[in-house]
Design a protein around this ligand. Structure first.
Ligand code: GAP
Length: 592
Protein backbone atom coordinates (compact mmCIF):
# COMPACT_ATOMS: atom_id res chain seq x y z
CA UNK A 1 0.00 0.00 0.00
CA UNK A 2 1.47 3.33 -0.96
CA UNK A 3 0.01 6.82 -1.06
CA UNK A 4 3.07 8.15 -2.83
CA UNK A 5 4.42 8.75 -6.30
CA UNK A 6 8.06 9.54 -5.76
CA UNK A 7 9.33 12.79 -7.17
CA UNK A 8 12.02 13.66 -4.66
CA UNK A 9 13.81 16.91 -5.43
CA UNK A 10 17.56 17.07 -5.85
CA UNK A 11 19.12 17.78 -2.44
CA UNK A 12 21.12 20.66 -3.84
CA UNK A 13 17.83 22.53 -4.39
CA UNK A 14 17.24 22.59 -0.67
CA UNK A 15 17.85 26.03 0.68
CA UNK A 16 18.76 26.87 4.20
CA UNK A 17 15.94 29.42 4.26
CA UNK A 18 13.37 26.65 3.91
CA UNK A 19 15.00 24.68 6.67
CA UNK A 20 15.25 27.67 9.01
CA UNK A 21 11.56 28.44 8.40
CA UNK A 22 10.60 24.81 9.10
CA UNK A 23 12.83 24.76 12.18
CA UNK A 24 11.01 27.74 13.66
CA UNK A 25 7.49 26.61 12.71
CA UNK A 26 7.93 23.06 13.93
CA UNK A 27 9.97 23.73 17.08
CA UNK A 28 13.48 22.74 16.06
CA UNK A 29 15.28 26.02 16.73
CA UNK A 30 14.68 29.75 16.65
CA UNK A 31 16.41 32.96 17.69
CA UNK A 32 16.09 33.37 21.43
CA UNK A 33 14.55 36.24 23.40
CA UNK A 34 12.33 37.07 20.41
CA UNK A 35 9.90 38.91 22.71
CA UNK A 36 12.67 41.47 23.25
CA UNK A 37 13.68 41.73 19.62
CA UNK A 38 15.98 38.71 19.62
CA UNK A 39 19.68 38.72 20.30
CA UNK A 40 22.28 37.89 17.68
CA UNK A 41 24.08 34.59 18.05
CA UNK A 42 21.77 33.01 20.63
CA UNK A 43 19.31 30.27 19.69
CA UNK A 44 16.74 28.26 21.59
CA UNK A 45 16.20 24.64 20.66
CA UNK A 46 12.45 24.00 20.75
CA UNK A 47 10.86 20.69 21.77
CA UNK A 48 11.85 18.88 18.55
CA UNK A 49 15.31 20.44 18.44
CA UNK A 50 16.11 19.72 22.07
CA UNK A 51 15.08 16.08 21.56
CA UNK A 52 17.13 15.73 18.35
CA UNK A 53 20.15 17.40 19.97
CA UNK A 54 19.80 15.18 23.05
CA UNK A 55 19.69 12.07 20.84
CA UNK A 56 22.78 13.19 18.91
CA UNK A 57 24.60 13.81 22.20
CA UNK A 58 23.57 10.37 23.50
CA UNK A 59 24.82 8.76 20.28
CA UNK A 60 28.13 10.64 20.65
CA UNK A 61 28.42 9.57 24.29
CA UNK A 62 27.76 5.92 23.33
CA UNK A 63 30.49 5.96 20.68
CA UNK A 64 33.20 8.26 22.07
CA UNK A 65 32.84 7.71 25.82
CA UNK A 66 31.21 4.31 26.45
CA UNK A 67 32.44 2.25 23.46
CA UNK A 68 35.97 3.66 23.76
CA UNK A 69 36.09 3.14 27.53
CA UNK A 70 36.62 6.83 28.29
CA UNK A 71 35.49 8.81 31.36
CA UNK A 72 32.94 11.60 31.13
CA UNK A 73 33.01 14.70 33.32
CA UNK A 74 30.84 17.79 33.75
CA UNK A 75 32.86 20.90 34.71
CA UNK A 76 31.71 24.50 35.34
CA UNK A 77 31.33 26.86 32.38
CA UNK A 78 32.94 29.81 34.22
CA UNK A 79 36.63 29.52 35.02
CA UNK A 80 39.07 31.96 36.68
CA UNK A 81 41.38 34.19 34.65
CA UNK A 82 44.65 32.31 35.42
CA UNK A 83 43.27 29.27 33.56
CA UNK A 84 43.07 31.30 30.37
CA UNK A 85 46.42 32.99 30.96
CA UNK A 86 47.90 29.51 31.01
CA UNK A 87 45.88 28.16 28.06
CA UNK A 88 46.85 31.11 25.86
CA UNK A 89 43.24 32.20 25.24
CA UNK A 90 43.70 35.53 27.01
CA UNK A 91 46.61 36.39 24.77
CA UNK A 92 45.70 34.77 21.48
CA UNK A 93 42.01 33.90 21.12
CA UNK A 94 41.30 36.78 18.78
CA UNK A 95 39.47 37.51 15.56
CA UNK A 96 39.99 40.47 13.20
CA UNK A 97 37.49 43.24 13.80
CA UNK A 98 36.67 46.06 11.42
CA UNK A 99 34.03 48.65 12.27
CA UNK A 100 32.09 50.65 9.71
CA UNK A 101 32.54 54.39 10.22
CA UNK A 102 29.13 55.07 8.60
CA UNK A 103 26.72 52.69 10.36
CA UNK A 104 28.89 51.43 13.24
CA UNK A 105 28.35 47.74 12.34
CA UNK A 106 31.13 45.34 13.39
CA UNK A 107 32.42 42.73 10.97
CA UNK A 108 35.10 40.08 10.77
CA UNK A 109 37.61 41.59 8.40
CA UNK A 110 38.89 38.16 7.29
CA UNK A 111 35.35 37.06 6.37
CA UNK A 112 34.78 40.21 4.28
CA UNK A 113 38.05 39.50 2.47
CA UNK A 114 37.24 35.81 1.93
CA UNK A 115 33.67 36.53 0.77
CA UNK A 116 34.72 39.18 -1.77
CA UNK A 117 38.18 38.30 -3.04
CA UNK A 118 40.10 35.23 -4.19
CA UNK A 119 41.81 34.97 -0.75
CA UNK A 120 40.59 31.75 0.92
CA UNK A 121 42.42 31.83 4.22
CA UNK A 122 42.49 35.50 5.26
CA UNK A 123 42.49 34.52 8.95
CA UNK A 124 46.11 33.48 8.62
CA UNK A 125 47.24 36.80 7.08
CA UNK A 126 48.89 39.57 9.15
CA UNK A 127 46.59 42.49 9.98
CA UNK A 128 48.44 45.10 7.84
CA UNK A 129 48.02 42.83 4.81
CA UNK A 130 44.28 42.46 5.48
CA UNK A 131 44.00 46.26 5.73
CA UNK A 132 45.81 46.56 2.38
CA UNK A 133 43.48 44.03 0.72
CA UNK A 134 40.41 45.88 2.09
CA UNK A 135 41.73 49.08 0.50
CA UNK A 136 42.95 47.51 -2.75
CA UNK A 137 39.64 45.73 -3.47
CA UNK A 138 37.61 48.71 -2.21
CA UNK A 139 35.67 46.39 0.08
CA UNK A 140 32.49 47.73 1.61
CA UNK A 141 30.44 47.31 4.78
CA UNK A 142 28.01 44.38 4.22
CA UNK A 143 25.40 46.22 6.31
CA UNK A 144 25.29 49.67 4.65
CA UNK A 145 27.62 49.54 1.65
CA UNK A 146 30.00 52.27 2.88
CA UNK A 147 33.68 51.80 1.92
CA UNK A 148 35.91 50.22 4.56
CA UNK A 149 39.26 51.34 3.09
CA UNK A 150 41.34 53.15 5.70
CA UNK A 151 39.41 51.65 8.62
CA UNK A 152 41.71 50.06 11.21
CA UNK A 153 41.50 46.29 11.54
CA UNK A 154 41.91 45.33 15.19
CA UNK A 155 42.21 42.13 17.17
CA UNK A 156 39.16 41.30 19.28
CA UNK A 157 39.32 38.69 22.03
CA UNK A 158 36.35 36.34 21.75
CA UNK A 159 36.01 35.43 25.42
CA UNK A 160 33.06 36.65 27.47
CA UNK A 161 34.44 38.11 30.69
CA UNK A 162 32.72 38.33 34.05
CA UNK A 163 33.53 38.89 37.73
CA UNK A 164 33.47 36.06 40.21
CA UNK A 165 31.77 37.34 43.37
CA UNK A 166 31.28 41.03 44.20
CA UNK A 167 33.83 43.58 42.99
CA UNK A 168 36.29 43.07 40.17
CA UNK A 169 39.24 41.56 41.97
CA UNK A 170 38.49 38.06 40.74
CA UNK A 171 37.91 38.11 36.99
CA UNK A 172 36.62 35.02 35.24
CA UNK A 173 35.59 33.97 31.74
CA UNK A 174 32.92 31.80 30.22
CA UNK A 175 34.90 28.93 28.78
CA UNK A 176 35.50 29.22 25.02
CA UNK A 177 35.99 25.44 24.76
CA UNK A 178 34.97 22.63 27.09
CA UNK A 179 38.52 21.24 26.82
CA UNK A 180 40.00 23.53 29.51
CA UNK A 181 37.56 22.05 32.06
CA UNK A 182 39.23 18.70 31.39
CA UNK A 183 42.85 19.93 31.32
CA UNK A 184 42.68 21.79 34.64
CA UNK A 185 41.34 18.67 36.37
CA UNK A 186 44.10 16.44 34.99
CA UNK A 187 45.84 16.06 38.41
CA UNK A 188 42.67 14.37 39.74
CA UNK A 189 41.60 12.63 36.54
CA UNK A 190 44.93 10.81 36.28
CA UNK A 191 44.24 9.30 39.73
CA UNK A 192 40.87 7.97 38.50
CA UNK A 193 42.76 6.44 35.57
CA UNK A 194 45.14 4.82 38.12
CA UNK A 195 48.01 6.81 36.61
CA UNK A 196 47.93 4.61 33.50
CA UNK A 197 48.23 6.02 30.01
CA UNK A 198 46.52 6.12 27.60
CA UNK A 199 43.15 7.33 28.90
CA UNK A 200 40.45 9.60 27.60
CA UNK A 201 38.11 12.10 29.19
CA UNK A 202 35.00 13.43 27.47
CA UNK A 203 32.72 16.34 28.15
CA UNK A 204 29.53 17.50 26.46
CA UNK A 205 28.62 21.06 27.37
CA UNK A 206 28.23 24.70 26.49
CA UNK A 207 31.03 26.89 25.19
CA UNK A 208 30.87 30.64 24.67
CA UNK A 209 32.51 32.89 22.09
CA UNK A 210 31.63 36.52 21.59
CA UNK A 211 31.66 36.14 17.80
CA UNK A 212 32.02 39.46 15.98
CA UNK A 213 29.42 38.52 13.41
CA UNK A 214 27.38 35.43 14.24
CA UNK A 215 25.77 34.10 11.10
CA UNK A 216 23.85 31.38 9.32
CA UNK A 217 21.51 30.55 12.20
CA UNK A 218 23.00 27.88 14.48
CA UNK A 219 26.18 27.48 12.44
CA UNK A 220 28.02 30.38 14.08
CA UNK A 221 26.55 31.37 17.42
CA UNK A 222 27.82 32.94 20.63
CA UNK A 223 26.71 30.06 22.85
CA UNK A 224 26.93 26.53 21.52
CA UNK A 225 27.45 22.94 22.59
CA UNK A 226 30.67 21.04 22.15
CA UNK A 227 31.29 17.33 22.61
CA UNK A 228 35.01 16.96 23.22
CA UNK A 229 37.34 14.09 23.93
CA UNK A 230 40.80 14.73 25.35
CA UNK A 231 42.83 11.57 24.88
CA UNK A 232 46.05 11.48 26.93
CA UNK A 233 48.86 9.36 25.51
CA UNK A 234 52.48 8.52 26.10
CA UNK A 235 53.97 9.77 22.80
CA UNK A 236 56.76 7.19 22.94
CA UNK A 237 54.93 4.02 23.88
CA UNK A 238 51.21 4.29 23.09
CA UNK A 239 49.79 3.37 19.71
CA UNK A 240 46.19 3.38 18.50
CA UNK A 241 44.40 0.27 17.23
CA UNK A 242 44.76 1.39 13.62
CA UNK A 243 43.77 -1.98 12.30
CA UNK A 244 40.26 -1.46 13.65
CA UNK A 245 39.76 1.51 11.31
CA UNK A 246 42.25 0.77 8.50
CA UNK A 247 39.52 -0.13 5.98
CA UNK A 248 37.31 2.89 6.65
CA UNK A 249 36.92 4.71 3.33
CA UNK A 250 37.42 8.47 3.59
CA UNK A 251 37.41 11.56 1.42
CA UNK A 252 40.45 13.63 2.39
CA UNK A 253 41.42 17.14 1.36
CA UNK A 254 45.04 17.48 2.53
CA UNK A 255 46.84 20.83 2.80
CA UNK A 256 49.08 19.88 -0.14
CA UNK A 257 46.03 19.49 -2.41
CA UNK A 258 44.52 22.75 -1.17
CA UNK A 259 47.76 24.56 -2.00
CA UNK A 260 48.15 22.94 -5.44
CA UNK A 261 46.66 24.79 -8.39
CA UNK A 262 44.69 21.78 -9.63
CA UNK A 263 44.48 20.07 -6.24
CA UNK A 264 41.45 17.98 -5.38
CA UNK A 265 40.02 15.71 -2.73
CA UNK A 266 41.44 12.19 -2.43
CA UNK A 267 39.38 9.03 -2.05
CA UNK A 268 41.32 6.60 0.11
CA UNK A 269 41.16 4.55 3.31
CA UNK A 270 42.50 5.41 6.73
CA UNK A 271 45.10 2.63 6.43
CA UNK A 272 46.39 3.87 3.06
CA UNK A 273 46.37 7.49 4.16
CA UNK A 274 48.63 6.67 7.10
CA UNK A 275 50.91 4.46 4.99
CA UNK A 276 51.33 7.22 2.40
CA UNK A 277 51.92 9.87 5.08
CA UNK A 278 48.81 11.88 4.09
CA UNK A 279 47.65 11.75 7.69
CA UNK A 280 50.82 12.27 9.68
CA UNK A 281 49.66 11.27 13.12
CA UNK A 282 48.28 7.80 13.79
CA UNK A 283 46.11 8.90 16.70
CA UNK A 284 44.43 11.57 14.60
CA UNK A 285 43.94 8.94 11.87
CA UNK A 286 42.37 6.55 14.37
CA UNK A 287 39.79 9.08 15.51
CA UNK A 288 38.99 10.12 11.92
CA UNK A 289 38.32 6.42 11.29
CA UNK A 290 36.02 6.21 14.29
CA UNK A 291 34.23 9.46 13.44
CA UNK A 292 33.39 8.75 9.79
CA UNK A 293 30.98 5.80 10.34
CA UNK A 294 29.56 7.53 13.38
CA UNK A 295 28.68 10.62 11.35
CA UNK A 296 27.02 8.33 8.82
CA UNK A 297 25.05 6.57 11.56
CA UNK A 298 23.47 9.83 12.76
CA UNK A 299 22.46 10.84 9.25
CA UNK A 300 25.23 12.90 7.65
CA UNK A 301 25.18 12.32 3.89
CA UNK A 302 28.54 10.74 3.04
CA UNK A 303 28.46 12.26 -0.46
CA UNK A 304 28.61 15.64 1.25
CA UNK A 305 31.25 14.89 3.86
CA UNK A 306 35.05 15.13 3.93
CA UNK A 307 38.02 15.58 6.20
CA UNK A 308 40.06 18.70 5.41
CA UNK A 309 43.53 19.33 6.80
CA UNK A 310 44.24 22.76 8.27
CA UNK A 311 46.66 24.93 6.35
CA UNK A 312 49.67 25.91 8.45
CA UNK A 313 48.45 29.49 9.09
CA UNK A 314 45.00 28.27 10.07
CA UNK A 315 45.95 26.06 13.01
CA UNK A 316 45.05 27.07 16.55
CA UNK A 317 47.90 28.18 18.81
CA UNK A 318 48.06 24.74 20.46
CA UNK A 319 47.73 22.42 17.45
CA UNK A 320 50.61 20.57 15.81
CA UNK A 321 48.32 19.07 13.14
CA UNK A 322 44.58 19.37 12.66
CA UNK A 323 41.91 17.93 10.37
CA UNK A 324 38.32 19.16 10.24
CA UNK A 325 35.24 17.06 9.55
CA UNK A 326 33.31 19.15 7.05
CA UNK A 327 29.81 18.87 5.63
CA UNK A 328 28.47 20.51 2.51
CA UNK A 329 25.43 22.69 3.09
CA UNK A 330 23.93 24.70 0.23
CA UNK A 331 27.20 24.57 -1.68
CA UNK A 332 29.35 25.68 1.28
CA UNK A 333 31.59 23.48 3.38
CA UNK A 334 31.12 23.95 7.10
CA UNK A 335 33.41 22.74 9.86
CA UNK A 336 31.58 20.31 12.15
CA UNK A 337 34.55 19.06 14.17
CA UNK A 338 38.29 19.44 14.56
CA UNK A 339 40.73 16.59 15.22
CA UNK A 340 43.89 18.12 16.63
CA UNK A 341 47.19 16.79 17.90
CA UNK A 342 47.77 19.23 20.78
CA UNK A 343 51.07 17.69 21.92
CA UNK A 344 51.98 18.54 25.53
CA UNK A 345 51.02 22.21 25.08
CA UNK A 346 48.07 22.32 27.48
CA UNK A 347 49.41 20.19 30.31
CA UNK A 348 52.82 21.89 30.21
CA UNK A 349 51.20 25.31 30.39
CA UNK A 350 49.01 24.38 33.35
CA UNK A 351 52.03 22.81 35.07
CA UNK A 352 53.92 26.06 34.55
CA UNK A 353 51.14 28.40 35.70
CA UNK A 354 49.51 26.40 38.53
CA UNK A 355 50.70 24.80 41.76
CA UNK A 356 49.70 21.29 40.72
CA UNK A 357 51.49 18.52 38.81
CA UNK A 358 50.34 17.84 35.28
CA UNK A 359 52.72 14.95 34.68
CA UNK A 360 52.27 11.23 35.12
CA UNK A 361 54.77 8.81 36.63
CA UNK A 362 55.86 6.31 34.00
CA UNK A 363 57.21 3.15 35.58
CA UNK A 364 59.96 1.39 33.59
CA UNK A 365 59.62 -2.35 32.90
CA UNK A 366 63.03 -2.75 34.57
CA UNK A 367 64.70 -0.19 36.90
CA UNK A 368 67.38 1.79 35.07
CA UNK A 369 70.81 2.93 36.22
CA UNK A 370 71.45 6.49 35.13
CA UNK A 371 74.15 9.07 35.67
CA UNK A 372 72.98 12.22 37.41
CA UNK A 373 74.99 15.44 37.55
CA UNK A 374 74.48 17.38 40.77
CA UNK A 375 76.00 20.35 42.60
CA UNK A 376 76.60 20.87 46.31
CA UNK A 377 77.80 24.50 46.39
CA UNK A 378 80.05 25.87 49.08
CA UNK A 379 77.78 28.42 50.77
CA UNK A 380 80.67 29.89 52.77
CA UNK A 381 81.91 31.09 49.38
CA UNK A 382 78.57 31.94 47.65
CA UNK A 383 77.10 33.77 50.69
CA UNK A 384 79.71 36.53 50.98
CA UNK A 385 80.11 36.67 47.19
CA UNK A 386 76.40 36.97 46.19
CA UNK A 387 74.57 37.99 49.38
CA UNK A 388 70.75 37.72 49.00
CA UNK A 389 71.14 36.27 45.49
CA UNK A 390 73.11 33.23 46.69
CA UNK A 391 70.07 30.89 46.52
CA UNK A 392 69.38 32.05 42.93
CA UNK A 393 72.95 31.10 42.08
CA UNK A 394 72.41 27.64 43.59
CA UNK A 395 69.22 27.18 41.53
CA UNK A 396 71.03 28.29 38.39
CA UNK A 397 73.96 25.92 39.05
CA UNK A 398 71.56 22.99 39.63
CA UNK A 399 69.72 23.71 36.39
CA UNK A 400 73.01 24.06 34.49
CA UNK A 401 74.35 20.78 35.86
CA UNK A 402 71.19 18.98 34.75
CA UNK A 403 71.26 20.37 31.22
CA UNK A 404 74.95 20.87 30.36
CA UNK A 405 77.50 18.99 32.42
CA UNK A 406 80.29 20.02 30.03
CA UNK A 407 79.98 23.55 31.39
CA UNK A 408 81.73 22.28 34.54
CA UNK A 409 84.75 20.85 32.70
CA UNK A 410 87.02 23.92 33.09
CA UNK A 411 88.31 25.68 36.21
CA UNK A 412 85.36 28.05 36.29
CA UNK A 413 81.72 27.84 35.33
CA UNK A 414 79.65 30.73 33.90
CA UNK A 415 76.09 31.46 34.96
CA UNK A 416 73.66 34.21 33.92
CA UNK A 417 71.81 36.01 36.66
CA UNK A 418 69.40 38.82 35.79
CA UNK A 419 71.28 39.62 32.61
CA UNK A 420 74.74 39.55 34.21
CA UNK A 421 77.32 36.81 33.67
CA UNK A 422 79.20 35.52 36.73
CA UNK A 423 82.20 33.19 36.89
CA UNK A 424 82.36 30.71 39.73
CA UNK A 425 85.29 28.39 40.48
CA UNK A 426 84.15 24.81 39.76
CA UNK A 427 85.73 23.64 43.03
CA UNK A 428 83.20 25.84 44.89
CA UNK A 429 80.19 24.29 43.10
CA UNK A 430 80.58 20.75 44.51
CA UNK A 431 79.88 19.38 41.02
CA UNK A 432 79.76 15.57 40.74
CA UNK A 433 78.28 12.89 38.51
CA UNK A 434 76.82 9.93 40.40
CA UNK A 435 75.08 6.74 39.35
CA UNK A 436 71.50 6.29 40.46
CA UNK A 437 68.90 3.52 40.02
CA UNK A 438 65.48 4.84 39.05
CA UNK A 439 62.15 3.03 38.72
CA UNK A 440 60.57 5.47 36.27
CA UNK A 441 60.18 9.11 35.30
CA UNK A 442 57.57 11.86 35.28
CA UNK A 443 56.37 12.53 31.74
CA UNK A 444 53.94 15.07 30.35
CA UNK A 445 51.32 13.19 28.33
CA UNK A 446 50.44 14.37 24.83
CA UNK A 447 46.84 15.11 23.93
CA UNK A 448 44.82 14.07 20.89
CA UNK A 449 41.56 15.94 20.67
CA UNK A 450 38.46 15.14 18.65
CA UNK A 451 36.30 18.25 19.22
CA UNK A 452 32.73 18.13 17.87
CA UNK A 453 30.32 21.04 17.51
CA UNK A 454 26.87 19.66 18.27
CA UNK A 455 24.86 22.59 16.86
CA UNK A 456 26.55 22.44 13.46
CA UNK A 457 26.02 18.70 13.37
CA UNK A 458 22.33 19.10 14.20
CA UNK A 459 22.07 21.67 11.40
CA UNK A 460 23.81 19.32 8.95
CA UNK A 461 21.66 16.35 9.96
CA UNK A 462 18.49 18.39 9.37
CA UNK A 463 19.77 19.82 6.10
CA UNK A 464 20.88 16.48 4.75
CA UNK A 465 17.54 14.93 5.81
CA UNK A 466 15.40 17.61 4.15
CA UNK A 467 13.24 16.21 1.32
CA UNK A 468 10.43 17.44 -0.86
CA UNK A 469 8.23 15.12 -2.89
CA UNK A 470 4.68 14.64 -4.09
CA UNK A 471 2.20 12.30 -2.45
CA UNK A 472 -1.10 11.75 -4.25
CA UNK A 473 -0.65 14.95 -6.21
CA UNK A 474 0.15 17.00 -3.10
CA UNK A 475 3.51 18.51 -2.27
CA UNK A 476 5.06 17.14 0.86
CA UNK A 477 8.11 18.13 2.93
CA UNK A 478 9.66 15.52 5.15
CA UNK A 479 12.82 14.95 7.14
CA UNK A 480 14.45 11.62 6.44
CA UNK A 481 16.03 11.47 9.90
CA UNK A 482 17.71 8.32 11.15
CA UNK A 483 15.37 6.62 13.66
CA UNK A 484 18.21 6.73 16.23
CA UNK A 485 18.14 10.52 16.37
CA UNK A 486 14.57 11.43 15.31
CA UNK A 487 12.92 13.42 18.13
CA UNK A 488 9.83 11.20 18.02
CA UNK A 489 9.88 7.58 16.89
CA UNK A 490 6.16 7.03 16.44
CA UNK A 491 2.99 9.13 16.14
CA UNK A 492 -0.29 7.54 17.24
CA UNK A 493 -3.62 8.78 15.84
CA UNK A 494 -7.24 7.77 16.32
CA UNK A 495 -8.77 8.03 12.83
CA UNK A 496 -11.80 10.01 14.11
CA UNK A 497 -12.83 11.70 17.33
CA UNK A 498 -14.54 8.61 18.60
CA UNK A 499 -14.42 7.34 22.20
CA UNK A 500 -13.74 3.73 21.18
CA UNK A 501 -10.89 4.64 18.83
CA UNK A 502 -9.41 7.09 21.34
CA UNK A 503 -9.49 4.51 24.12
CA UNK A 504 -7.47 2.03 22.00
CA UNK A 505 -5.09 4.79 20.87
CA UNK A 506 -4.50 5.82 24.51
CA UNK A 507 -3.67 2.24 25.41
CA UNK A 508 -1.25 1.93 22.49
CA UNK A 509 0.50 5.16 23.51
CA UNK A 510 0.92 3.83 27.06
CA UNK A 511 2.23 0.46 25.80
CA UNK A 512 4.73 2.00 23.40
CA UNK A 513 5.99 4.45 26.02
CA UNK A 514 6.37 1.59 28.49
CA UNK A 515 8.52 -0.14 25.85
CA UNK A 516 10.83 2.90 25.86
CA UNK A 517 9.75 4.41 22.54
CA UNK A 518 9.24 8.15 22.18
CA UNK A 519 5.61 8.65 21.16
CA UNK A 520 3.42 11.58 20.23
CA UNK A 521 -0.40 11.47 20.21
CA UNK A 522 -2.29 13.57 17.69
CA UNK A 523 -6.06 13.73 17.20
CA UNK A 524 -6.44 17.13 15.54
CA UNK A 525 -7.22 17.68 11.87
CA UNK A 526 -7.70 15.15 9.12
CA UNK A 527 -5.46 12.13 8.95
CA UNK A 528 -3.55 13.41 5.89
CA UNK A 529 -2.64 16.58 7.75
CA UNK A 530 -1.50 14.60 10.77
CA UNK A 531 0.77 12.49 8.56
CA UNK A 532 2.25 15.66 7.01
CA UNK A 533 2.91 17.13 10.46
CA UNK A 534 4.84 14.06 11.52
CA UNK A 535 6.64 13.86 8.15
CA UNK A 536 7.80 17.43 8.60
CA UNK A 537 9.39 16.71 11.97
CA UNK A 538 10.85 13.44 10.73
CA UNK A 539 8.85 10.90 12.75
CA UNK A 540 9.72 7.53 11.16
CA UNK A 541 6.38 5.75 11.84
CA UNK A 542 2.74 6.60 12.39
CA UNK A 543 0.13 4.25 13.84
CA UNK A 544 -3.52 4.82 13.01
CA UNK A 545 -6.35 3.30 15.00
CA UNK A 546 -9.37 2.91 12.68
CA UNK A 547 -12.71 1.14 12.68
CA UNK A 548 -11.15 -2.16 11.58
CA UNK A 549 -9.13 -2.01 14.80
CA UNK A 550 -12.21 -2.03 17.01
CA UNK A 551 -14.55 -4.05 14.80
CA UNK A 552 -12.42 -6.95 13.50
CA UNK A 553 -11.86 -10.04 15.53
CA UNK A 554 -8.08 -9.58 15.37
CA UNK A 555 -7.15 -6.16 16.73
CA UNK A 556 -4.81 -4.55 14.21
CA UNK A 557 -3.65 -1.04 13.38
CA UNK A 558 -2.17 0.63 10.31
CA UNK A 559 1.54 1.38 10.58
CA UNK A 560 2.84 3.85 8.00
CA UNK A 561 6.50 4.35 7.17
CA UNK A 562 7.60 7.97 6.65
CA UNK A 563 9.87 7.83 3.58
CA UNK A 564 7.96 5.40 1.36
CA UNK A 565 4.56 6.12 2.96
CA UNK A 566 3.97 2.36 2.70
CA UNK A 567 1.39 1.05 5.13
CA UNK A 568 1.02 -2.36 6.80
CA UNK A 569 -1.46 -3.78 9.28
CA UNK A 570 0.07 -5.07 12.48
CA UNK A 571 -1.58 -6.80 15.44
CA UNK A 572 -1.80 -4.43 18.39
CA UNK A 573 -0.36 -6.97 20.80
CA UNK A 574 2.76 -7.26 18.60
CA UNK A 575 3.13 -3.55 17.99
CA UNK A 576 5.54 -2.57 20.79
CA UNK A 577 7.78 -5.55 20.12
CA UNK A 578 7.80 -5.00 16.34
CA UNK A 579 8.53 -1.27 16.52
CA UNK A 580 11.23 -1.81 19.16
CA UNK A 581 12.91 -4.37 16.88
CA UNK A 582 12.82 -1.89 13.98
CA UNK A 583 14.26 0.87 16.17
CA UNK A 584 17.06 -1.42 17.34
CA UNK A 585 17.88 -2.35 13.74
CA UNK A 586 16.86 -6.00 14.22
CA UNK A 587 13.96 -5.83 11.76
CA UNK A 588 13.18 -3.83 8.64
CA UNK A 589 9.74 -2.42 7.92
CA UNK A 590 9.80 -4.04 4.44
CA UNK A 591 10.19 -7.45 6.05
CA UNK A 592 6.86 -7.21 7.86
N1 GAP B 1 38.85 22.47 21.80
C1 GAP B 1 39.05 22.71 20.43
C2 GAP B 1 38.09 23.63 19.84
O1 GAP B 1 37.31 24.27 20.53
P1 GAP B 1 37.28 24.62 17.58
O2 GAP B 1 37.59 24.18 16.17
O3 GAP B 1 37.47 26.03 17.91
O4 GAP B 1 38.15 23.67 18.49
C3 GAP B 1 35.36 22.87 17.79
O5 GAP B 1 35.79 24.20 17.92
C4 GAP B 1 33.99 22.83 17.14
O6 GAP B 1 33.08 23.68 17.85
C5 GAP B 1 33.98 23.38 15.71
O7 GAP B 1 34.36 22.39 14.79
C6 GAP B 1 32.52 23.77 15.55
O8 GAP B 1 31.73 22.66 15.19
C7 GAP B 1 32.13 24.21 16.95
N2 GAP B 1 32.12 25.69 17.02
C8 GAP B 1 33.17 26.51 17.18
N3 GAP B 1 32.77 27.80 17.20
C9 GAP B 1 31.43 27.78 17.04
C10 GAP B 1 30.42 28.80 16.97
N4 GAP B 1 30.71 30.09 17.12
N5 GAP B 1 29.13 28.41 16.78
C11 GAP B 1 28.80 27.11 16.67
N6 GAP B 1 29.71 26.11 16.74
C12 GAP B 1 31.00 26.44 16.92
Amino acid sequence: MSEQQHATTDDTDVTSEKLVELAKRRGYFFQSSGAYGGVGGFYTFGPQGAALKGNVEDAWRDRFAVAEGNMEIDAPTIMPEPVFEASGHLEGFDDMLVECSECGASHRADHIVEDNTEYEDAESLPIPEVEEIVAEYELVCPACGAGLAGQAVETFNLMFGTNIGPGDSDPGYLRPETAQGIFVEFPRLKEYARNQLPFGVTQIGRAYRNEISPRRSIIRTREFTQAELEYFVDPEDDEPDLEAVADVAVTLYPASEQNAEDGSEIETTIGEAVEEGIIGDEWVAYFLGVAKPWYESVGVDMDRFRFRQHLSGERAHYAADCWDAESEVDGNWIEMAGFAYRGDYDLSKHEEYSDDRFTIFKQYDEPKTVERATVDPDMSYLGPEFGGAAQDVVDELEALAARDREAFEGDTVEIDLEGETHEIPVEKTGFSVDEETIAGEHITPHVVEPSFGVDRLVYTVLHHAYREDEVDGEERTYLELEPEVAPTFVGVFPLQNDDDLEAVADEIVADLRAAGLSVTYDDSGNIGRRYRRQDEVGTPFCVTVDYETVEDEETTVTVRERDTTDQKRIAVDELAETLSAIRDGDLAFEEL
